[in-house]
Ligand binder design. Sequence first.
Ligand code: SAM
Length: 280
Amino acid sequence: MRQDVRTHAHDLNGALGVILASADLHVHRNGESEDNRAAFSLIMEAARKASGLVEKLAGAATADEAGMDSAYERDLDYLDRIAGSPDPVLADLERSGRLEEIPIVDRETGRLLEVLVAAKSAQRVLELGTAYGYSTVWMAKALAPGARIVTIDPDRERTQIAHGFFQRAGVADRIEIRNAPALDVLAELPEKSFDVIFIDALKEEYSGYLRLAVPLLKMAGMVLVDNLLWGHRASMQPSGSDADSVKAIRTFNEEFLGHSQLLATIIPVGDGVGVATRIR
Ligand SMILES: C[S@@+](CC[C@H](N)C(=O)[O-])C[C@H]1O[C@@H](n2cnc3c(N)ncnc32)[C@H](O)[C@@H]1O
């Protein structure tokens, strides 16, 4: 998509996000009259609709553009269009992520997580890196009855916001938040107790997470990992000035694909998603 269209769409979505957040505040504030709540609900609905239209306009601009980046981008736009909009809480999470520059998984990655968690009929899911809970909500929507997610993030401010989104999505009772570094929590969890483990925390620690996570997986359990293409940087020619995160992701990818206890692949979805199952 043209950079100016992308920037305007981003800014406009940012402004709509502010309107949405302040209307949301009034809808949930004690002491507001019923009339006020109703009015602010209407404002929220209009802002959501407008944000959907911005995305459609940006999509149309992309499709219309003669110099489109590639057929691959067109494919992605097409798939996103036919998949339909995510539910309102996920759409609000996407806006919050954009507005506050919180890195969250791409929408197509969220959909993939949802499908895989459902396909595994997962009873116990472990997530490393909660942020505002976007990926958590995608997975929680797919949980079998009685199933649980443990999600780890040392940032309490972020996970408080995530908890609010979990309540709004009606999944808070299925999610346990642990506010500690993932390496500490992983070391305390029982072996062979998780059906799915999703890794999306510090890139420099990915190898350490994998080492501690594999024993926690049940046999045939899945380990899923985000950011394995790391913004197109992993595939670039290695150089002495590469950031530590880039070096860490490259090392991790080789360990992941060559892991003796896993059958693993990396799919170029979103920012590159690792998908593996425990075979030993
Ligand atoms: C990429 S974000 C997670 C995004 C989230 N999975 C989503 O898609 O909505 C990474 C998160 O890892 C958290 N983090 C940082 N250090 C961590 C650690 N040592 N253990 C676990 N999480 C950590 C950060 O606070 C941040 O919220």
